[in-house]
Design a protein around this ligand. Sequence first.
Ligand code: HEM
Ligand code: FES
Length: 258
Amino acid sequence: MAALLDENPLVRTRATAEPGLWDRIFDESVRYYSPIGMITRQTTQSSVVDGFKIAANTEIGLVLAAGNRDDAVVPSPNVFNIDRPSRRQLGFGSGDHMCAGRWAAEESIGRIAVPSYTADSPHFALQTTASQKWAAGSSAATPIFRSCGVDMPIINFAYPDGSSTEIVCDSGRTLMRAALENSVPGIIGECGGQAMCATCHVYVTESDRHNLPAMSEDEEEMLESTESPRTLGSRLGCQIIMGGQLESLDVTVPPAYL
Ligand code: HEM
Ligand code: FES
């Protein structure tokens, strides 16, 4: 929401003059960015969706981010437009398991936090070191607020062709988020960091492995289904939190998503 206000100064000016717009800005921001890009379900019976057969007991991923950008439902979906006639969006899921905290999120983020700092700091600006492009369920579009004096861990990403790129990130960021914010190729982060897709798979260099915390059961299980082969250094980037003892990390990006 903050990033969109930064990119759309006219919307920021309008909201300052017309506080009733904040609910619209919140819904359109959630539609546009889909903070949780994908949710999972398991079918209880065989079904046919759009002519596609799905057997009973199949685990499926529902890409909310794609639904939110479906041009059959949302005209010009790639445009951030707070004046849409409908505020309908799928960012909180739908049905029986729709986000139980939807209204708490709307109240705390959309009506208190963002309006308050917009009023207090009308000229706030975001750091835009990363190219800001939308990526399903990821924070590629979440720029980091300008901050000073904060520890900035370093991650070195090496590629199978011998090239490499080094990025600096905020302490507390996961490797996956940091990679997306810096448009590091080969890291997708499709499930938004829930250890459910393995599209953030990396090979951690041997000398750094002992600095990482032990794997959770979920990570261990997910690493069994990586696109590129699992090795001794395999970890999910979304489960590696940078900062603290982990001031730097060397990883290799597997070829699967390059
Ligand atoms: C912008 C902020 C938030 C977003 C985008 C979001 C999004 C989501 C999504 C997509 C789901 C899955 C829905 C489904 O499976 O159909 C979910 C579930 C849930 N969320 Fe949120 N959420 C947010 C904030 C919150 C907050 C602040 C709380 C608690 C105060 C919360 C509590 C929950 C709970 C308890 C569930 C599980 C509901 C269930 O399975 O029945 N969420 N959320
Ligand atoms: S982002 Fe999906 S498993 Fe890491």
